[in-house]
Design a protein around this ligand. Structure first.
Ligand code: KIV
Ligand code: ZN
Length: 398
Protein backbone atom coordinates (compact mmCIF):
# COMPACT_ATOMS: atom_id res chain seq x y z
CA UNK A 1 0.00 0.00 0.00
CA UNK A 2 1.28 3.45 -0.85
CA UNK A 3 2.03 5.67 2.14
CA UNK A 4 0.23 8.97 1.87
CA UNK A 5 1.82 12.10 3.20
CA UNK A 6 -1.37 13.23 4.87
CA UNK A 7 -1.45 10.14 7.06
CA UNK A 8 2.01 10.64 8.53
CA UNK A 9 2.82 11.76 12.03
CA UNK A 10 5.70 14.11 12.78
CA UNK A 11 7.80 11.17 13.97
CA UNK A 12 7.13 9.27 10.76
CA UNK A 13 8.00 12.29 8.67
CA UNK A 14 11.35 12.83 10.27
CA UNK A 15 12.33 9.19 10.72
CA UNK A 16 10.62 7.82 7.68
CA UNK A 17 12.61 6.07 5.02
CA UNK A 18 9.99 6.75 2.33
CA UNK A 19 11.12 9.07 -0.46
CA UNK A 20 8.37 10.62 -2.56
CA UNK A 21 8.99 10.73 -6.26
CA UNK A 22 7.81 13.97 -7.82
CA UNK A 23 7.94 13.43 -11.56
CA UNK A 24 8.30 16.66 -13.52
CA UNK A 25 8.85 15.07 -16.95
CA UNK A 26 5.68 16.75 -18.20
CA UNK A 27 6.68 20.19 -16.89
CA UNK A 28 10.46 20.75 -16.53
CA UNK A 29 11.11 17.93 -19.04
CA UNK A 30 8.60 19.14 -21.53
CA UNK A 31 10.16 22.64 -21.54
CA UNK A 32 13.01 21.24 -23.66
CA UNK A 33 12.89 22.52 -27.24
CA UNK A 34 11.54 19.79 -29.50
CA UNK A 35 10.03 17.77 -26.66
CA UNK A 36 6.59 19.40 -26.68
CA UNK A 37 3.68 16.99 -26.50
CA UNK A 38 0.01 17.26 -27.32
CA UNK A 39 -2.63 16.51 -24.69
CA UNK A 40 -3.14 12.92 -25.81
CA UNK A 41 0.58 12.18 -25.57
CA UNK A 42 0.79 13.83 -22.16
CA UNK A 43 -2.08 11.72 -20.87
CA UNK A 44 -0.34 8.62 -22.21
CA UNK A 45 2.81 9.53 -20.29
CA UNK A 46 0.86 10.44 -17.15
CA UNK A 47 -0.78 7.01 -17.18
CA UNK A 48 2.66 5.43 -17.53
CA UNK A 49 3.91 7.54 -14.61
CA UNK A 50 0.98 6.33 -12.52
CA UNK A 51 1.71 2.71 -13.44
CA UNK A 52 5.37 3.30 -12.60
CA UNK A 53 4.31 4.32 -9.09
CA UNK A 54 5.37 7.95 -8.87
CA UNK A 55 3.80 9.90 -6.03
CA UNK A 56 3.35 13.27 -7.70
CA UNK A 57 2.95 14.18 -11.36
CA UNK A 58 3.80 17.77 -12.19
CA UNK A 59 1.42 17.96 -15.12
CA UNK A 60 2.32 21.41 -16.41
CA UNK A 61 2.38 25.16 -15.97
CA UNK A 62 -1.29 25.91 -16.66
CA UNK A 63 -1.01 29.64 -17.29
CA UNK A 64 1.78 29.18 -19.83
CA UNK A 65 -0.49 28.23 -22.75
CA UNK A 66 -4.05 27.05 -23.46
CA UNK A 67 -2.57 23.71 -24.54
CA UNK A 68 -0.79 23.23 -21.21
CA UNK A 69 -3.96 24.20 -19.34
CA UNK A 70 -5.96 21.64 -21.34
CA UNK A 71 -3.36 18.95 -20.64
CA UNK A 72 -3.44 19.57 -16.88
CA UNK A 73 -7.24 19.25 -16.98
CA UNK A 74 -7.04 16.03 -19.01
CA UNK A 75 -4.37 14.49 -16.76
CA UNK A 76 -6.37 15.43 -13.66
CA UNK A 77 -9.29 13.46 -15.07
CA UNK A 78 -7.29 10.51 -16.41
CA UNK A 79 -5.06 9.73 -13.43
CA UNK A 80 -6.30 9.10 -9.91
CA UNK A 81 -3.57 7.69 -7.68
CA UNK A 82 -0.72 10.23 -7.78
CA UNK A 83 -1.09 13.82 -6.65
CA UNK A 84 -1.46 16.08 -9.70
CA UNK A 85 0.53 19.27 -9.45
CA UNK A 86 0.46 22.51 -11.42
CA UNK A 87 3.26 25.07 -11.46
CA UNK A 88 2.74 28.79 -10.91
CA UNK A 89 4.78 31.90 -10.33
CA UNK A 90 4.05 33.82 -7.12
CA UNK A 91 1.31 35.60 -9.01
CA UNK A 92 -2.40 35.45 -8.13
CA UNK A 93 -3.56 35.02 -11.73
CA UNK A 94 -1.20 32.03 -12.19
CA UNK A 95 -2.59 30.45 -9.05
CA UNK A 96 -6.22 31.04 -10.11
CA UNK A 97 -5.53 29.38 -13.46
CA UNK A 98 -3.65 26.45 -11.91
CA UNK A 99 -6.48 25.86 -9.43
CA UNK A 100 -8.97 25.88 -12.28
CA UNK A 101 -6.88 23.40 -14.31
CA UNK A 102 -6.57 21.11 -11.29
CA UNK A 103 -10.24 21.18 -10.31
CA UNK A 104 -10.88 17.57 -11.41
CA UNK A 105 -7.82 16.12 -9.69
CA UNK A 106 -8.61 13.63 -6.95
CA UNK A 107 -5.50 14.82 -5.11
CA UNK A 108 -4.13 18.19 -6.17
CA UNK A 109 -1.14 20.32 -5.36
CA UNK A 110 -0.32 23.89 -6.31
CA UNK A 111 3.41 24.49 -6.78
CA UNK A 112 4.20 28.16 -6.34
CA UNK A 113 7.37 30.04 -5.59
CA UNK A 114 9.85 32.78 -6.29
CA UNK A 115 13.59 33.34 -6.68
CA UNK A 116 15.58 33.16 -3.47
CA UNK A 117 19.11 34.02 -4.60
CA UNK A 118 20.37 37.61 -4.61
CA UNK A 119 20.99 37.18 -8.33
CA UNK A 120 17.31 36.43 -8.99
CA UNK A 121 16.09 39.00 -6.47
CA UNK A 122 18.13 41.74 -8.08
CA UNK A 123 18.24 40.87 -11.78
CA UNK A 124 14.98 39.00 -12.23
CA UNK A 125 12.71 40.88 -9.86
CA UNK A 126 14.60 44.14 -9.36
CA UNK A 127 13.49 43.79 -5.77
CA UNK A 128 14.73 43.26 -2.23
CA UNK A 129 15.01 40.18 -0.04
CA UNK A 130 12.21 41.44 2.21
CA UNK A 131 9.82 42.16 -0.64
CA UNK A 132 10.47 38.82 -2.34
CA UNK A 133 9.91 36.96 0.91
CA UNK A 134 6.60 38.75 1.36
CA UNK A 135 5.57 37.85 -2.18
CA UNK A 136 6.37 34.19 -1.52
CA UNK A 137 4.34 34.18 1.68
CA UNK A 138 1.41 35.91 -0.02
CA UNK A 139 1.47 33.38 -2.86
CA UNK A 140 1.33 30.46 -0.45
CA UNK A 141 -1.54 32.02 1.48
CA UNK A 142 -3.38 32.68 -1.76
CA UNK A 143 -2.82 29.12 -3.04
CA UNK A 144 -4.16 27.74 0.27
CA UNK A 145 -7.57 29.13 -0.71
CA UNK A 146 -7.66 26.45 -3.39
CA UNK A 147 -5.61 23.53 -2.10
CA UNK A 148 -4.57 22.10 1.20
CA UNK A 149 -1.41 20.80 -0.42
CA UNK A 150 0.81 23.72 -1.46
CA UNK A 151 4.42 23.29 -2.44
CA UNK A 152 6.73 26.29 -2.35
CA UNK A 153 9.86 26.53 -4.51
CA UNK A 154 12.69 28.82 -3.53
CA UNK A 155 14.10 29.18 -7.02
CA UNK A 156 17.90 29.19 -7.29
CA UNK A 157 18.12 28.09 -3.65
CA UNK A 158 21.42 26.47 -4.63
CA UNK A 159 22.99 29.94 -4.83
CA UNK A 160 20.91 31.66 -2.16
CA UNK A 161 22.21 33.05 1.11
CA UNK A 162 21.57 30.24 3.57
CA UNK A 163 20.30 32.36 6.47
CA UNK A 164 17.91 34.18 4.18
CA UNK A 165 16.77 30.90 2.64
CA UNK A 166 16.06 29.52 6.13
CA UNK A 167 14.04 32.64 6.96
CA UNK A 168 12.06 32.30 3.75
CA UNK A 169 11.39 28.59 4.35
CA UNK A 170 10.22 29.25 7.89
CA UNK A 171 7.88 32.03 6.72
CA UNK A 172 6.27 30.04 3.91
CA UNK A 173 5.74 27.01 6.16
CA UNK A 174 4.06 29.35 8.63
CA UNK A 175 1.89 30.52 5.74
CA UNK A 176 0.81 26.93 5.10
CA UNK A 177 3.30 25.37 2.64
CA UNK A 178 3.24 21.58 3.01
CA UNK A 179 6.25 20.86 0.82
CA UNK A 180 9.38 22.98 0.49
CA UNK A 181 11.26 22.65 -2.77
CA UNK A 182 14.96 23.54 -2.63
CA UNK A 183 16.04 23.75 -6.25
CA UNK A 184 19.59 23.90 -7.48
CA UNK A 185 18.17 25.69 -10.49
CA UNK A 186 21.49 26.32 -12.20
CA UNK A 187 23.10 22.98 -11.31
CA UNK A 188 25.95 24.82 -9.57
CA UNK A 189 26.23 22.96 -6.27
CA UNK A 190 28.71 20.28 -5.28
CA UNK A 191 27.05 17.26 -3.66
CA UNK A 192 28.41 17.75 -0.15
CA UNK A 193 27.61 21.48 -0.26
CA UNK A 194 24.04 20.80 -1.37
CA UNK A 195 23.71 18.11 1.31
CA UNK A 196 24.95 20.58 3.94
CA UNK A 197 22.34 23.13 2.79
CA UNK A 198 19.55 20.64 3.34
CA UNK A 199 21.00 19.70 6.70
CA UNK A 200 21.24 23.36 7.69
CA UNK A 201 17.55 23.84 6.88
CA UNK A 202 16.59 20.67 8.74
CA UNK A 203 18.55 21.85 11.80
CA UNK A 204 17.79 25.55 11.77
CA UNK A 205 14.23 26.08 10.54
CA UNK A 206 12.14 25.66 13.70
CA UNK A 207 8.94 24.53 11.90
CA UNK A 208 10.65 22.37 9.24
CA UNK A 209 8.94 19.26 10.67
CA UNK A 210 5.62 20.62 9.41
CA UNK A 211 6.67 20.22 5.77
CA UNK A 212 8.39 17.73 3.52
CA UNK A 213 11.66 19.00 2.09
CA UNK A 214 12.10 18.38 -1.61
CA UNK A 215 15.20 18.46 -3.81
CA UNK A 216 15.09 19.66 -7.41
CA UNK A 217 18.49 19.54 -9.07
CA UNK A 218 19.70 20.45 -12.53
CA UNK A 219 22.55 18.77 -14.32
CA UNK A 220 24.70 21.64 -15.62
CA UNK A 221 27.82 20.10 -14.03
CA UNK A 222 26.65 16.50 -14.33
CA UNK A 223 25.87 16.42 -10.59
CA UNK A 224 22.07 16.46 -10.53
CA UNK A 225 21.66 12.90 -9.31
CA UNK A 226 24.54 13.09 -6.82
CA UNK A 227 23.14 16.33 -5.42
CA UNK A 228 19.62 14.94 -5.10
CA UNK A 229 20.88 11.84 -3.28
CA UNK A 230 22.95 14.00 -0.91
CA UNK A 231 19.82 16.04 -0.23
CA UNK A 232 17.92 12.87 0.61
CA UNK A 233 20.73 11.63 2.84
CA UNK A 234 20.46 14.87 4.78
CA UNK A 235 16.74 14.80 5.40
CA UNK A 236 14.89 15.68 2.21
CA UNK A 237 12.09 13.20 1.53
CA UNK A 238 10.93 14.19 -1.93
CA UNK A 239 13.03 14.08 -5.11
CA UNK A 240 11.96 16.05 -8.18
CA UNK A 241 13.06 14.09 -11.20
CA UNK A 242 12.39 13.44 -14.87
CA UNK A 243 12.35 10.25 -16.88
CA UNK A 244 15.61 9.95 -18.85
CA UNK A 245 16.86 13.04 -17.00
CA UNK A 246 15.41 15.36 -19.61
CA UNK A 247 14.94 19.00 -18.71
CA UNK A 248 16.15 22.55 -19.18
CA UNK A 249 19.71 22.84 -20.57
CA UNK A 250 21.66 19.76 -19.39
CA UNK A 251 18.54 18.28 -17.82
CA UNK A 252 17.18 17.38 -14.39
CA UNK A 253 17.91 14.61 -11.93
CA UNK A 254 17.02 11.36 -13.63
CA UNK A 255 14.16 9.40 -12.08
CA UNK A 256 15.61 6.01 -12.94
CA UNK A 257 18.99 6.88 -11.43
CA UNK A 258 17.56 8.00 -8.08
CA UNK A 259 15.26 4.99 -7.88
CA UNK A 260 18.01 2.51 -8.67
CA UNK A 261 20.55 4.17 -6.36
CA UNK A 262 18.09 3.78 -3.48
CA UNK A 263 17.25 0.21 -4.57
CA UNK A 264 20.91 -0.76 -4.93
CA UNK A 265 22.13 0.72 -1.65
CA UNK A 266 19.99 -0.77 1.09
CA UNK A 267 22.28 0.90 3.63
CA UNK A 268 20.82 4.28 2.75
CA UNK A 269 17.53 3.06 4.22
CA UNK A 270 15.49 5.03 1.72
CA UNK A 271 12.67 3.62 -0.36
CA UNK A 272 10.45 4.82 -3.17
CA UNK A 273 7.12 3.45 -4.36
CA UNK A 274 8.39 3.05 -7.93
CA UNK A 275 8.23 -0.33 -9.64
CA UNK A 276 11.75 -0.71 -11.11
CA UNK A 277 10.54 -3.21 -13.72
CA UNK A 278 8.66 -0.41 -15.44
CA UNK A 279 11.68 1.88 -15.76
CA UNK A 280 12.90 0.77 -19.19
CA UNK A 281 9.47 0.62 -20.85
CA UNK A 282 8.56 4.05 -19.46
CA UNK A 283 11.88 5.46 -20.62
CA UNK A 284 11.23 4.13 -24.12
CA UNK A 285 7.75 5.66 -24.19
CA UNK A 286 9.11 9.08 -23.20
CA UNK A 287 11.97 8.77 -25.69
CA UNK A 288 9.53 7.98 -28.50
CA UNK A 289 6.84 10.54 -27.72
CA UNK A 290 9.26 13.35 -26.93
CA UNK A 291 11.52 12.50 -29.84
CA UNK A 292 14.49 12.88 -27.52
CA UNK A 293 16.95 9.99 -28.00
CA UNK A 294 18.48 8.56 -24.84
CA UNK A 295 22.27 8.56 -25.01
CA UNK A 296 23.50 4.95 -25.34
CA UNK A 297 25.68 5.18 -22.23
CA UNK A 298 22.89 6.60 -20.05
CA UNK A 299 22.76 4.85 -16.68
CA UNK A 300 19.95 2.29 -16.26
CA UNK A 301 18.06 2.98 -19.51
CA UNK A 302 20.74 3.59 -22.17
CA UNK A 303 21.11 1.01 -24.95
CA UNK A 304 24.56 0.07 -23.63
CA UNK A 305 23.65 -0.03 -19.93
CA UNK A 306 23.68 -3.84 -19.99
CA UNK A 307 26.03 -4.41 -22.95
CA UNK A 308 29.47 -5.91 -22.56
CA UNK A 309 31.95 -5.38 -25.35
CA UNK A 310 35.58 -5.76 -24.32
CA UNK A 311 37.17 -9.22 -24.14
CA UNK A 312 38.12 -8.90 -20.46
CA UNK A 313 34.65 -7.78 -19.40
CA UNK A 314 32.88 -10.34 -21.58
CA UNK A 315 34.98 -13.18 -20.21
CA UNK A 316 34.37 -12.06 -16.62
CA UNK A 317 30.67 -11.52 -17.22
CA UNK A 318 30.22 -14.93 -18.84
CA UNK A 319 31.97 -16.57 -15.89
CA UNK A 320 29.76 -14.78 -13.38
CA UNK A 321 27.36 -11.91 -14.08
CA UNK A 322 28.14 -10.12 -10.82
CA UNK A 323 31.69 -9.56 -12.05
CA UNK A 324 30.44 -6.76 -14.28
CA UNK A 325 26.80 -6.06 -13.45
CA UNK A 326 25.49 -4.47 -10.26
CA UNK A 327 21.87 -4.57 -11.45
CA UNK A 328 20.32 -7.35 -13.44
CA UNK A 329 18.61 -6.05 -16.60
CA UNK A 330 15.29 -7.77 -15.80
CA UNK A 331 15.05 -5.73 -12.58
CA UNK A 332 14.60 -2.56 -14.64
CA UNK A 333 12.53 -4.16 -17.39
CA UNK A 334 15.30 -4.86 -19.90
CA UNK A 335 14.99 -8.36 -21.40
CA UNK A 336 18.61 -9.41 -21.19
CA UNK A 337 22.24 -8.32 -21.06
CA UNK A 338 24.06 -8.16 -24.36
CA UNK A 339 27.41 -9.47 -25.44
CA UNK A 340 28.39 -7.13 -28.25
CA UNK A 341 30.98 -8.43 -30.69
CA UNK A 342 33.67 -5.98 -31.78
CA UNK A 343 37.38 -6.30 -32.54
CA UNK A 344 37.91 -5.91 -28.76
CA UNK A 345 35.93 -9.06 -28.01
CA UNK A 346 37.60 -12.30 -26.94
CA UNK A 347 37.17 -15.97 -27.79
CA UNK A 348 34.83 -16.58 -24.87
CA UNK A 349 32.33 -14.04 -26.20
CA UNK A 350 32.57 -15.39 -29.73
CA UNK A 351 31.99 -18.94 -28.48
CA UNK A 352 28.99 -17.76 -26.42
CA UNK A 353 27.35 -15.95 -29.34
CA UNK A 354 28.00 -18.86 -31.71
CA UNK A 355 26.49 -21.29 -29.21
CA UNK A 356 23.40 -19.09 -28.92
CA UNK A 357 23.02 -19.50 -32.66
CA UNK A 358 23.44 -23.27 -32.33
CA UNK A 359 27.05 -23.58 -33.55
CA UNK A 360 29.33 -25.68 -31.39
CA UNK A 361 33.04 -25.77 -32.27
CA UNK A 362 36.13 -27.43 -30.86
CA UNK A 363 38.89 -25.30 -29.34
CA UNK A 364 41.02 -25.55 -32.51
CA UNK A 365 38.09 -24.67 -34.78
CA UNK A 366 37.28 -21.74 -32.59
CA UNK A 367 40.88 -20.47 -32.78
CA UNK A 368 40.70 -20.48 -36.59
CA UNK A 369 37.29 -18.84 -36.58
CA UNK A 370 38.46 -16.23 -34.10
CA UNK A 371 41.22 -15.00 -36.43
CA UNK A 372 38.66 -14.64 -39.23
CA UNK A 373 36.25 -13.00 -36.84
CA UNK A 374 38.84 -10.33 -35.92
CA UNK A 375 39.36 -9.44 -39.58
CA UNK A 376 35.62 -9.16 -39.99
CA UNK A 377 35.23 -7.07 -36.81
CA UNK A 378 37.98 -4.65 -37.89
CA UNK A 379 36.12 -4.19 -41.14
CA UNK A 380 32.55 -3.99 -39.80
CA UNK A 381 33.15 -2.46 -36.33
CA UNK A 382 30.26 -4.49 -34.87
CA UNK A 383 29.56 -8.11 -35.75
CA UNK A 384 25.90 -9.13 -35.73
CA UNK A 385 24.25 -12.56 -35.88
CA UNK A 386 23.88 -12.47 -39.65
CA UNK A 387 27.62 -11.80 -39.99
CA UNK A 388 28.40 -14.71 -37.67
CA UNK A 389 26.24 -16.97 -39.82
CA UNK A 390 28.17 -15.88 -42.94
CA UNK A 391 31.41 -16.52 -41.08
CA UNK A 392 30.43 -20.04 -40.08
CA UNK A 393 29.09 -20.89 -43.56
CA UNK A 394 32.36 -19.75 -45.15
CA UNK A 395 34.28 -21.74 -42.53
CA UNK A 396 32.23 -24.90 -43.03
CA UNK A 397 32.47 -24.80 -46.84
CA UNK A 398 36.25 -24.10 -46.82
O1 KIV B 1 14.68 24.63 -11.58
C1 KIV B 1 13.83 25.25 -10.93
O2 KIV B 1 14.12 26.07 -10.05
C2 KIV B 1 12.43 25.01 -11.27
C3 KIV B 1 11.39 25.65 -10.39
C4 KIV B 1 10.35 26.31 -11.20
C5 KIV B 1 10.85 24.63 -9.46
O3 KIV B 1 12.13 24.26 -12.18
ZN1 ZN C 1 13.85 23.01 -12.73
Amino acid sequence: MRVTRQSQTHYEKTMNDRVYIFDTTLRDGEQVPGCQLNTEEKVQIAKAQEALGVDVIEAGFPISSPGDFKSVVAISKAVSEPVICGLTRAVEKDIDVAAEALRHARRKRIHTGIGASDCHIRYKFNSTREEVLERGVAAVKYAKKYAEDVEFYAEDAGRADLEYLAKMVEAVIRAGATVINIPDTTGYNLPWVFGQKIKYLMDNVPNIHKAIVSVHCHNDLGLATANAVEGLRNGARQAEVTINGIGERAGNTSLEEVVMILESHAGLNLKTGVDPARLAPTSKLVERLMRMPVQPNKAIVGANAFSHSSGIHQDGFLKHKDNYEIISPETVGVATSKIVLTARSGRHALKHRLENLGYIYSKEELNTLYAKFLDMADRLKQVEDEHLKELTHAFQSA
